[in-house]
Design a binder for this molecule. Structure first.
Ligand SMILES: C[S@@+](CC[C@H](N)C(=O)[O-])C[C@H]1O[C@@H](n2cnc3c(N)ncnc32)[C@H](O)[C@@H]1O
Length: 302
């Protein structure tokens, strides 16, 4: 997925995240292959421990809806609901899809589900609200199962790299006064941003799996160079879109990185969980076959 494949973000908050949904989905599918296998194993293990499950809710399911798919296989005949605050996702029965489902303000009645599952999504919602909503819609003997980003996970590392590229884009955007002649000061900072992008390029060239990142760096550098060598530096629609997207993605990537859980963050999470009515909060690291940290697996019970 490149910026060319993504529809321009519209609005703020949920709407903007909707536009970035495709990036989330692509990140999971393409970058995180071995991690996906580790998640599959974790869901399979957790679901095998449960009996008498009649209704399962997945939060922030995205296009992968991995927990829902695993639950559909593990609990034949159960109601399986995949939800997200995005729309436009569809699934084959028995999985029902519910759009506009904000983790922090769910539309489901109290005590509707035996299991609530979420993979790399629960942490994007305000945590206290997310926990109290989960406690509300869960049946008394139910469990919440979460896979969350760990601070040292491959995904957090991926976001770190992404932020480096986006920052280069943001600097270029700062250096270009749109529709006006270039001031000397802007020219100097634009030269710096272009040189920075060239340096960044060296880190990714020939690195399998990072072709998208390289493409972004090259696009950003090309915009900078074009503006430096053109008398009238007005941006084309596509260039303006790329720079705007860089800013939006930067904000989003920072939010996501901030959502990653450290060992210390886990203690705070457990305390918030107890305040919301969960007595047990167990956690374990999930590792892929190549020993990378995929994330935390958390279990919350009454
Ligand atoms: C990193 S993606 C994970 C998607 C999928 N579960 C996976 O593992 O590939 C985060 C997902 O959470 C959704 N999301 C983010 N914040 C949300 C919120 N506050 N309420 C509901 N869904 C949210 C996004 O639309 C996105 O699909």
């Amino acid at each position: 997925v490149t910026h060319r494949d993504i529809p321009p973000p519209q609005g703020r908050g949920a709407d903007r995240s909707g536009a970035w949904g495709r990036v989330w989905d692509a990140a999971f599918e393409s970058v995180r292959g071995p991690a996906r296998e580790a998640c599959i194993q974790w869901w399979r293990g957790r679901f095998a421990e449960r009996e008498g499950v009649e209704a399962v809710l997945e939060l922030g399911a995205g296009a992968a809806a991995l927990a829902s798919r695993m639950a559909a296989a593990a609990f034949p005949g159960a109601r399986i609901v995949a939800s997200d605050f995005r729309g436009g996702l569809s699934f084959e029965p028995p999985i029902e899809f519910v759009a506009d489902a904000r983790i922090e303000a769910l539309g489901f009645p109290d005590a509707s589900f035996d299991l609530i599952a979420s993979q790399f999504a629960f942490e994007y919602a305000p945590r206290e609200l997310a926990l109290s909503e989960a406690a509300r819609v869960l049946r008394p003997s139910g469990q919440v199962l979460l896979i969350m980003h760990a601070e040292d996970s491959h995904y957090a590392g991926y976001l770190g790299e992404r932020i480096a590229v986006l920052t280069a884009g943001e600097k270029i955007a700062d250096a270009i006064p749109r529709g006006r002649a270039l001031h000397d000061l802007h020219r100097i900072s634009l030269k710096r941003a272009v040189a920075g992008a060239a340096q960044l390029r060296e880190r990714y060239v020939g690195k399998p799996g990072w072709e998208n990142v390289l493409q972004d760096i090259d696009s950003l550098r090309a915009i900078g160079e074009r503006v430096l060598t053109t008398r009238s530096p007005a941006l084309s629609e596509e260039e303006a879109f790329l720079l705007q997207n860089c800013r939006d993605a930067l904000i989003l990537a920072r939010d996501q990185q901030a959502a990653s859980l450290s060992e210390q963050g886990l203690a705070a999470f457990a305390a918030q969980g107890r305040a919301a009515g969960f007595l047990t909060v167990a956690h374990e690291r999930i590792l892929s076959a190549d020993r990378r940290v995929v994330g935390w697996g958390l279990r919350l019970s009454r």
